[in-house]
Unconditional design. Structure first.
Ligand SMILES: Nc1ncnc2c1ncn2[C@@H]1O[C@H](COP(=O)(O)OP(=O)(O)O)[C@@H](O)[C@H]1O
Ligand SMILES: [Mg+2]
Ligand SMILES: [Zn+2]
Length: 456
């Protein structure tokens, strides 16, 4: 047998000049990822030739001309996604057979099933996704994304980095091309059993990421490429991700109960509680700064409240927003203009009392004079019934509509995700043990039995 000329790919030609890295002003770091409705992703499959618009063809030619040597390695086929920080192309990997491709799960699976004759001539095209990171992104930010992706290689349900290239100021990341369906095509019809599978896959990815103490920070449908046909998804886009603990400053939420109480009772707010709400004329306190990177509508309350010790649990809140979207059939569910607006949207649901407690947890004071916010908020069941037009009594029976039994189960789980106190919020590991998710295992157990049978 001819000895195959295989060698592993490394992150090639990638160098971040340290001087540039230092130049970055943290104030100028863009921390708002795109509105999930404005971002364009599309349903992608593994078919080869596809019709493309003239403008896309021109864009591809421009890219090929500007990035020297790219078309020797890849044949660009289509533009498949445009996020806030990048454009993503589908391409055929022309040098696939020169390398070891440990990332290629599909090839491994296919080889397992293929007949020996088929295996020999398995010279079909192999596709990759080329993520062209906008040159306006800071070198530190690009380095951060690639480094975290590198650390996450071999992580279950996380899209692995194959390699990366730099030509002048342009950096591209090369990832396996992941077949998926656009969330907007299925969020209105997804049934609860399918939601169990979706979240089983998403929490598998989050468990891998969180076990490495990495916070993704931008969990939303466009960053989780899900294929309902195979009930499998991969997490992408580590552009805003960070290691937990980076830039931590002591926040009241991490104090023990005694310290927390002392801090609150000594605060200016506590000492002037009886007086009508007022604000100091010249506030000498330093302004509070915290990482708020993420997407509007998906930020956890502690991010909005500028918690300075944010943890991986902020991703679990965002996952909760996706579940709320699926149950309510409203996308995007939250649509706020800014962080204060976002806090008020959460207040509408959970009530003033919960928001006061949540703010105090992080040493902040929440006050509002808008009379329409109730003290206790509304039950999630009720909100979902409203959103799905099931809130009026039946004229004949006089009965109030109720959620289906499996929707009720989903809501119980949703309460664990949309828990305002991050310390009490369910973790990815725990979520995978929750009955809402384990039922998905039970449902698919018969499929696994089938696979085992065929394997024998
Ligand atoms: N590996 C991939 N396979 C197929 N499509 C992808 C892949 N990676 C990204 N995309 C598409 O490109 C879009 C933008 O990619 P993303 O990594 O989220 O970049 P941004 O940081 O610009 O948001 C995604 O929402 C998705 O539609
Ligand atoms: Mg994205
Ligand atoms: Zn905090």
């Amino acid at each position: 047998m001819a000895k195959a000329r295989v060698h592993s790919r490394h992150v090639e030609q990638f160098l971040v000049p340290q001087e540039d890295a230092k130049l970055e002003d943290p104030e100028e770091t863009l921390d708002e990822s795109g509105d999930p409705l404005e971002e364009s992703g599309q349903t992608v499959d593994t078919s080869d030739e596809e019709e493309i618009d003239d403008s896309v063809a021109e864009d591809i030619v421009r890219f090929e001309e500007s990035f020297e040597g790219i078309n020797k390695r890849y044949r660009l086929i289509n533009r498949v996604g445009e996020g806030t920080f990048s454009t993503v192309y589908k391409a055929e990997d022309l040098e696939y057979h020169k390398y070891e491709n440990r990332w290629d799960i599909d090839a491994r699976e296919n080889r397992k099933w293929a007949s020996p004759g088929h295996r020999r001539k398995a010279h079909r095209p192999h596709y990759v996704a080329i993520k062209k990171i906008y040159v306006t992104s800071s070198p530190m930010r690009i380095f951060n994304e690639l480094e975290l992706l590198h650390d996450l290689k071999n992580s279950d349900s996380v899209c692995p980095l194959i390699t990366a290239f730099r030509h002048l100021d342009q950096v591209v990341a090369v990832l396996p091309y992941c077949q998926h369906r656009d969330f907007r095509e299925y969020y209105r019809d997804m049934k609860v059993p399918e939601m169990r599978l979706y979240f089983r896959s998403l929490f598998t990815a989050l468990r891998s990421v969180h076990s490495k103490q990495i916070i993704h920070r931008d969990i939303k449908p466009t960053n989780f490429l899900y294929n309902p046909q195979y009930a499998r998804g991969v997490l992408v886009d580590f552009g805003l991700a960070e290691r937990q603990g980076t830039d931590w400053h002591r926040c009241a939420c991490a104090m023990d109960i005694e310290d927390h109480e002392t801090k609150i009772s000594n605060s200016v707010w506590a000492q002037s509680r009886e007086a009508p709400p007022s604000y100091p004329k010249s506030d000498m306190r330093p302004s509070r700064r915290a990482n708020r990177a993420g997407t509007r509508g998906f930020r956890a309350p502690e991010v909005l409240l500028k918690c300075t010790q944010q943890t991986t649990s902020i991703d679990m809140w965002s996952a909760g927003v996706i579940l709320l979207t699926l149950l309510s059939r409203r996308f995007p569910f939250f649509h706020s203009a800014d962080d204060v607006d976002a806090l008020l949207e959460i207040t509408t649901m959970f009530g003033r009392k919960k928001m006061r407690e949540t703010a105090l947890l992080h040493g902040q004071v929440f006050q509002t004079n808008i009379p329409s916010y109730s003290e206790q908020g509304h039950a999630l069941e009720k909100i979902i019934l409203w959103c799905t037009n099931r809130s009026t009594k039946d004229e004949r029976t006089g009965l109030k509509p109720e959620l289906e039994d499996d929707e009720k189960e989903a809501v119980q789980f949703l309460y664990r995700l949309l828990e305002c106190n991050p310390a009490k919020r369910i973790t990815a590991e725990e979520a995978l043990q929750h009955p809402f998710i384990t039922k998905a295992f039970e449902d698919s157990e018969c499929d696994d039995d089938m696979v085992d049978l065929v394997d024998v």
